[in-house]
Design a protein around this ligand. Structure first.
Ligand SMILES: Nc1nc2c(ncn2[C@@H]2O[C@H](COP(=O)(O)OP(=O)(O)OP(=O)(O)O)[C@@H](O)[C@H]2O)c(=O)[nH]1
Ligand SMILES: [Mg+2]
Length: 316
């Protein structure tokens, strides 16, 4: 099969039929073999009925329905598990992404051998204050921390080599950082394509302003995971030791000063160095313990893959 289109959705009943017809049209005129995976993430409208209807008419349509709303990342994860096409394309269900981009994206993966191609909504039809500016800031921060040079991390329209989606673990709200997850898994040929963006036609936005707060918190998490996820002690241990040494230094200074240099001076407990010594030593120990616990948790998680094999010789 050439292409799997993975579409996570929440309450998009008005758009689904139009979207399906459009995709099917594009696929047929380009003679692609394809499947469309709709993942209904606990919609409370008639989205699932629409998907069932579409599936009964077109056997390339497959639907997955979650028992409740688990979030876009989980929906993508479920879609990625099932996908079978050589190229996997994700897109939003609200008709803001244009299915006419599919053939070009497909070629970039198959012919130009990209691992991942991300859409770039260069011209957006959204409000400037609520979306465009925060989004620019967000993308700038994501570029800086991850080293992945993309202009638009969060674009719903992306194309992947099948290998990529089978080997990354999208969880929490990490759908914003799939290119970073891919990079961390060793898929480094990441491209970008300017795509058309339409204003939302039906329904309403599903993500409020809190997306930016969550987005930035996730960014810190992903920075930490990608640098120290497999070796927490290197961060926390180093910080802990550093703090502890600072505290120890102050303690020695106070002790020597009190015993030999200036025995009749102020009480030790009246001096600021005392409190510095106390707090840095306590915080240092805590950092150290945090690192140690992190290492223990890592070791007890034996089922988690710690590496990814790219190839094996055929005699295995
Ligand atoms: N699976 C799943 N999909 C979701 C969820 N929330 C939103 N979506 C889908 O993700 C896509 C993008 O959501 P939108 O609300 O359109 O977000 P947006 O495009 O940034 O915002 P607008 O420009 O206002 O449309 C749409 O296809 C939604 O149906 C969710 O909780 N779970
Ligand atoms: Mg949208």
């Amino acid at each position: 099969m050439n292409i799997s289109v993975v579409i996570p959705l929440l309450n998009e009943q008005e758009s689904l039929t139009e979207l399906h017809d459009w995709i099917a049209n594009v696929m047929q005129s380009n003679r692609f073999s394809y499947e469309i995976l709709f993942i209904d993430d606990g919609s409370t409208d008639d989205s699932w009925q629409v998907i069932e209807h579409l599936a009964s008419q077109n056997e390339s349509v497959k639907g997955i329905r979650f028992s409740k709303n688990f979030g876009k990342s989980q929906a993508l994860h479920a879609g990625f598990e099932k996908a079978q096409g050589d190229v996997v394309i994700t897109m939003d269900a609200d008709l803001q992404d244009n299915p006419d981009e599919i053939p070009e994206l497909y070629n970039m993966i198959v012919k130009d051998r990209f691992d991942l191609v991300s859409g770039w909504k260069k011209k957006r039809y959204d409000s400037v204050i609520a979306k465009n500016l925060p989004s620019k800031l967000f993308n700038w921060a994501a570029r800086k921390t991850s080293g992945v040079k993309l202009n638009d991390f969060n674009c719903g329209l992306k194309a992947y080599k099948l290998d990529v989606v089978k080997n990354i673990d999208v969880n929490g709200e990490m759908h914003r950082y799939i290119p970073v997850l891919a990079k961390n898994a060793g898929f480094t040929k990441i491209g970008e394509k300017v795509v058309q963006h339409q204003a939302r036609k039906y329904g309403e936005t599903k993500f409020g302003m809190n997306r930016f707060i969550n987005g930035f918190l996730d960014l810190i998490t992903i920075w930490f995971i990608s640098h120290f996820g497999k070796r927490p002690m290197h961060l926390f241990g180093a910080l802990g030791v550093l703090m502890f040494i600072i505290g120890l230094g102050f303690s020695f200074y106070l002790g020597i000063d009190k015993l030999f240099l200036n025995p009749s001076g102020r009480l030790i407990t009246e001096r600021p160095e005392f409190f510095l010594a106390l707090s840095t030593m306590i915080i240092g120990t805590q950092f150290f313990v945090a690192g140690f616990l992190g290492e223990m948790i890592l070791r007890s998680k034996q089922d988690k893959k710690r590496y990814l094999i790219k190839d094996e010789t055929s005699n295995f």
